[in-house]
Design a protein around this ligand. Structure first.
Ligand code: NDP
Length: 336
């Protein structure tokens, strides 16, 4: 038996964007189905302290926040399913999506909230010290390094913006770049070079993140000169890896969905509308600038509102079961 799930709104991804879309979609009577994917809850489930999500006076934990969001989405009527999506057919409506489980999802609107993953250097010491001095998000974690020496690794817009941001908390920020010029936009470079609190180390790559004794976390970077091969030590308590992100868009290659030059889903500015009517994108899969839980949640809300408006304009008939608040599930025999 193969399950076929039919819904007016299918949400792919269960981070803040997907779950916010589900909450708004459910409250608009669209009975959304959320496919959770391999990392239910998204990137926040791998972070610890969250201090910048509005509504919580005390520090909260990322995994707890995501559990609450999921419970809220379920409470208002969204349905969570666990599956890994392997195929997407956006050539006609209703759209068809297939999962690793063998299930098929048929939907009038598709909300893509599959997120992005930070790129890491791939060192064992980096993995060990994640959350203990090593981070991929200065906006999220910079505050925890107030008054401490910090370094940013990378030479693109993100690295330069993160270095500038960190000067709000630290008077000793170093940016470590493997070449002798940045690829960041000129205007950002000018701001960086004009800032007295930032030192640039050219032609250096991180050979190791150095841990302190016991539970001290990161204490230094072991740097290797990319020209001479010489090693040097940079004492820092925070190391921010800013070498780019991978938006989770491989699935949509060849489907007709327009991606930008960095493989993010292209949306009409100020909306969640993609080039395919009925397909909406929200969260980090379409946002390479802000990348925050709160901005992802905001764009998730936009996607649900856009989907609702689309359905109203398209005037799709509401199936009877769904009008009663239940997404339709049909079980059909395997053809083979
Ligand atoms: P980028 O791909 O632009 O830059 C990545 C940087 O990391 C490069 O300098 C690269 O070095 C370096 N790097 C990559 N791999 C390694 C490695 N293994 N070791 C050391 N260094 C490495 O990523 P960004 O996240 O900066 O930007 C992605 C996109 O998002 C860009 O199009 C950017 O313009 C955009 N963006 C826009 C913003 C805005 O408009 N405000 C803000 C942030 C991003 P090298 O230069 O040698 O290749």
């Amino acid at each position: 038996m193969t399950a076929v799930h039919s819904t007016r709104m299918l949400v792919l991804g269960s981070g803040p964007a997907g779950l916010s879309a589900a909450i708004y979609g459910a409250r608009a009577g669209l009975s959304p189905v959320v496919v959770q994917g391999i990392q239910p809850g998204g990137q926040l489930t791998t972070t610890t302290d969250v201090e910048n999500y509005p509504g919580f006076r005390e520090v909260i934990q990322g995994p707890w926040l995501m559990e609450e969001m999921q419970a809220q989405a379920e409470h208002v009527g969204a349905r969570m399913l666990w599956d890994t999506i392997t195929g997407v057919d956006l050539s006609e409506r209703p759209f068809k999506v297939t999962g690793d489980s063998g299930a098929t999802y048929v939907c009038d609107t598709l909300v893509i909230a599959t997120g992005a993953q930070a790129r890491w250097l791939g060192l064992d010491s980096e993995e060990r010290l994640k959350g203990q001095g090593v981070s991929a998000c200065a906006t999220c974690d910079g505050f925890f390094y107030r008054g401490k020496k910090v370094a940013v690794i990378g030479g693109g817009n993100t690295a330069v913006e993160e270095a500038l941001y960190l000067t709000n908390h630290s008077h000793d920020v170093t940016i470590v770049h493997r070449r002798d010029s940045f690829r960041a936009e000129k205007i950002l470079q000018e701001r960086l070079f004009a800032h007295h609190g930032i030192t640039v180390l050219w032609n250096k790559e991180v050979a190791e993140f150095v841990a302190g004794e016991g539970t001290a976390g990161l204490v230094a970077l072991d740097l290797k000169d990319t020209v001479t091969g010489e090693h040097s030590r940079l004492d820092v308590e925070g190391g921010f890896v800013a070498i780019g992100h991978h938006p989770a868009t491989e699935l949509f290659r060849g489907t007709g969905l327009t991606l930008d030059k960095d493989n993010y889903i292209a949306v009409r500015p100020g909306t969640s509308l993609t080039n395919i009517p009925g397909v909406f994108a929200c969260g980090d899969v379409m946002d390479k600038v802000y990348r925050q839980a709160i901005t992802a949640a905001g764009t998730g809300c936009m996607a649900a509102l856009d989907a609702e408006r689309f359905l109203q304009a398209a005037d799709f008939p509401v199936p009877e079961d769904e009008a009663a608040g239940h997404p339709i599930d049909v079980a059909v025999e395997h053809a083979g």
